[in-house]
Design a binder for this molecule. Structure first.
Ligand SMILES: Cc1cc2nc3c(=O)[nH]c(=O)nc-3n(C[C@H](O)[C@H](O)[C@H](O)COP(=O)(O)O)c2cc1C
Length: 368
């Protein structure tokens, strides 16, 4: 499927995550980065129950697809999960709150996959306190499959416009068991404004935006060499890269036609949103963040099971000075009792999306 002129323009102008995924979905067969997506096909092919569960866990959603996990296998039946200290987002996630949420998603997916294979997981979070491992896990026999585990390979973050149809009340009720769901036109409209204004603040603040640009993988060989970050590729884009039109410099040029088109595309995408969801916690400890990640993963698997699409839109929740007005407005709307909004997302009926790259589990094992 060739990229439309509109999508291409947006990419040249720094379309960020929205168009990155559109591009990835549009790869022609010859330019598809097979190596980068190979871990989706390898999930479930390991004999060791821990590696088997980890091969699914690493497909979890995580901010900017940084995959900040490191795992140490311990003895015959245990493992510890660590945060890779080299993988962080200092400009947009200065307190590692979102990174920690991503690790929560990883843990929940690991536990679900273990259960589906007939194994229990005895999980201890922060066994040595917050300075040490994120979790220690001891695997045993006898887990029961959770139906949500069947959705792991189909789950996506869908960064696309959604169809112009509302979500039936019965499905809203199922989502509402996990998250707050906003479908009333007034709140949805307020959230469209807030999420757009927040995204604009990040996009128009060069040193914050640069963090995303630095994480873009331009073309098949970069994507295969670093199967993480934001993948931009496909035959047409690669031809633009070859002639020097599409590069990290052009992606940062606010004056370009493409940049302006990217802004219009983002606005149009947000407008095509029938509902928002939010996860809040009363306090904002590391344990709260892990819990929010586990819940987000379950929410994303539930939307998948229900035929719905989910897209995190996190800018308004980020903790840096330029974002403060949007942070405060979002919290006044969604968490008026001083709670913390850990995740905010769009939900609706979106198109089918290709899987994003992953490092294989072997690249994430540490020894000693
Ligand atoms: C804590 C967290 C925050 C995220 N924030 C955003 C966001 O603001 N915008 C966005 O497009 N995607 C966001 N994502 C989605 C990631 O980009 C996505 O999970 C990653 O690229 C892997 O893609 P996948 O979820 O389709 O497997 C977020 C994910 C997590 C876990």
């Amino acid at each position: 499927m060739p990229l439309s002129r509109r999508k291409t323009l947006a990419l040249i102008g720094g379309g960020t995550v929205l168009t990155a995924v559109a591009a990835f979905g549009g790869f022609a067969a010859t330019r598809r980065p097979h190596n980068a997506v190979a871990p989706w096909g390898l999930a479930g092919s390991y004999d060791d129950p821990r590696l088997n569960a980890l091969s699914f866990a690493l497909l979890a959603p995580n901010p900017h697809n940084l995959q900040p996990w490191q795992v140490r296998l311990e003895g015959a039946d245990a493992l510890s999960l660590h945060r890779d200290p080299s993988r962080h987002l200092p400009e947009t996630d200065p307190y590692d709150r979102q990174i920690t949420i991503g690790l929560g998603c990883f843990l929940e997916q690991m536990v679900l996959a273990a259960g589906a294979a007939g194994h229990t997981v005895d999980l201890t979070l922060y066994p040595e306190g917050e300075g040490g491992a994120i979790a220690q896990a001891v695997f045993g026999q006898g887990g029961t499959p959770d139906p949500l585990s069947a959705q792991i390979l189909d789950r996506r973050s869908c960064k696309e416009p959604f169809e112009d149809r509302s979500i039936p009340a019965g499905l809203v009720a199922q989502l509402a068991r996990i998250a707050a769901v906003y479908t009333d036109p007034e709140t949805v409209s307020a959230l469209k404004e807030l999420t757009f204004d927040a995204w604009m603040t990040e996009t128009m603040t060069p040193h914050r935006m640069q963090e995303s640009i630095d994480l873009m993988r331009l073309g098949k060989s970069e994507i295969n060499a670093s199967p993480d970050g934001i993948a931009l590729g496909g035959p047409f884009l690669e031809s633009l890269m070859a002639v020097g039109v599409l590069n990290r410099k052009s992606l940062a040029d606010q004056k370009s036609t493409g940049f302006q088109e990217a802004i219009r595309m983002y606005r149009r995408m947000l407008n095509a949103t029938p509902a928002y969801v939010a996860l809040t916690t009363a306090t904002n400890t590391r344990l709260d963040q892990i819990k929010a990640g586990r819940e987000w993963l379950r929410l994303n698997l539930t939307t998948t099971a229900l035929g719905l699409s989910l897209h995190p839109v996190s800018q308004a929740l980020q903790e840096y000075p330029e974002m403060t007005p949007h942070y405060q407005a979002t919290h006044a709307l969604l968490a008026p009792r001083g709670h913390t909004v850990q995740m905010l997302g769009r939900v609706g009926y979106g198109p089918k999306i290709a899987p994003t790259p992953r490092w294989p589990i072997e690249a994430k094992l540490t020894h000693g």
